[in-house]
Design a protein around this ligand. Structure first.
Ligand SMILES: *Cc1c(COP(=O)(O)O)cnc(C)c1O
Length: 396
């Protein structure tokens, strides 16, 4: 983007991160969205409508499941719970955000939705809520992802969405996001952009976090009901950061350790904006970013398409700098191994994204004093069916 048309002030700051680095043409619609979001938050009928759809359409509340066979295998004194976002309609936490945003879009009188997708999970969730609301849906997806996530492409088309293949750049999520923003700038009047994570210009990082915060509210109440105490730690994978912020936000004010797990990838590259990047601007927001010495964005790499993004939400940058949360890396091989192990021990096939959080949980338990009896929650952000083609190649 041309720096002369960037706006750098504005609200939505997380300790200096975030903001609105966008062309002037987008400022009025971000303003409109911010006003719609605040009006909806003040209107009990919005919360009631969202709660009804979350329950009857998406299947909330999701269970908090005690994984006893994983405890046995990993640390017999530990108590390990999985927050089952994989059981949501469409198979991941993405539907929480999409239901909230489609209700906002309808309130704003929008008739057309654009979205970006990497793994295809956000595209499927967006196509789903567009079918539900009867709105036109256009999903931008990188060519590489279209090839490796074919079942989700078929799903989106069946749901009535138009899937646009993006060949620019690395032809993955970053490029799909740029195309979706370009479409939005061009068609801003009747179009709403449903961003898929806690990224982008204000108010998106706040808006998406607030729609995902239901995960943390439920998990907090569920663990108190089951164990009578708060967990020692909460672990979630971090792509853009929405499932992590969703669960973290339930425990931010508590003495609970918060761990975000980024993809350390393989010899081909990584996706550790927080662990190995430095602050910069991408997609309208200032946050940790994978970039070279010239400030060029380094392409991300992960076996998990949903983690394959060189940026990260600005609130995570603030949580990192303030040391409220810890960010660690797990590589492709460890995530694949955790996926296979959890499948066999628990009868739950986790998404490769979520498998990063599970692998870190295992690593951390292995290093712990054997007399410790930690209480741990891992956010199981999605189910692994979408990864089957890649998994059967990767597992013996
Ligand atoms: C999209 C996705 C992620 C990564 O996105 P966040 O915004 O970081 O949550 C993680 N897990 C699954 C299953 C996903 O579909």
């Amino acid at each position: 983007m041309n720096p002369s048309i960037l706006r750098t002030d504005g609200p939505g700051r997380f300790g200096g991160y975030g903001g609105q680095f966008v062309p002037e043409t987008l400022v009025p619609c971000l303003q409109e969205l911010d006003e719609a979001r605040l009006a909806a938050a003040a209107d009990p009928s919005f919360a009631a409508e969202l709660a009804l759809l979350s329950a009857d359409y998406a299947g909330r509340p999701t269970p908090l499941y005690r994984a006893r066979r994983l405890e046995q295998a990993w640390a017999p004194r530990a108590r390990l719970y999985l927050k089952r976002e994989d059981l949501n309609h469409t198979g991941s936490h993405k539907i929480n955000n999409c239901l909230g945003q489609i209700l906002l879009a309808v309130r704003m009188g929008k008739t057309r939705i654009v979205a970006e997708t990497g793994a295809g999970q956000h595209g499927v969730a967006t196509a789903t809520v567009c079918a539900l609301a009867g709105l036109e849906c256009v999903v931008y997806m990188g060519q590489v992802d279209v090839a490796r996530q074919a079942p989700n492409v078929a799903r989106m088309r069946l749901l009535g969405a138009q899937v646009v293949t993006v060949t620019a750049g690395s032809a993955t999520l970053k490029d799909a996001t740029s195309e979706a923003i370009r479409d939005w700038v061009t068609n801003v009047k009747g179009t709403h952009y449903i961003i898929g994570s806690t990224v982008g210009p204000h108010p998106y990082p706040t808006l998406v976090r607030d729609f995902q915060a239901v995960i943390g509210r439920e998990a907090r109440a569920q663990i108190l009901a089951k164990e009578g105490r708060l967990p020692d730690r909460v672990i979630a994978c971090v792509g853009g950061g929405s499932n992590a912020l969703g669960i973290f936000s339930g425990f931010l004010d508590d003495p609970v350790g918060l761990f975000g797990v980024e993809a350390a990838g393989s010899g081909l590259g990584h996706s550790q904006a927080l662990g190995r990047g430095r602050p910069g601007v991408l997609h309208g927001s200032y946050s940790y970013l994978m970039q070279d010495d010239e400030g060029q964005v380094i392409p991300a790499h992960s076996v998990a398409a949903g983690l394959d993004y060189p940026g990260v939400g600005p609130e995570h940058s603030h949580l990192k700098d303030s040391a409220r949360a810890d960010y660690r890396g797990v590589d492709d091989a460890a995530a694949l191994a955790a996926c296979a192990e959890v499948s066999r021990l628990e009868g739950i096939i986790p998404a490769l994204e979520s498998s990063h959080a599970l692998a870190f949980c295992k690593e951390q338990l292995a290093k712990e004093d054997p007399h410790a009896a930690p209480l741990v929650i891992v956010n199981l952000s999605g189910r692994g069916d979408k990864d089957l083609a890649g998994l059967t190649e990767a597992t013996p």
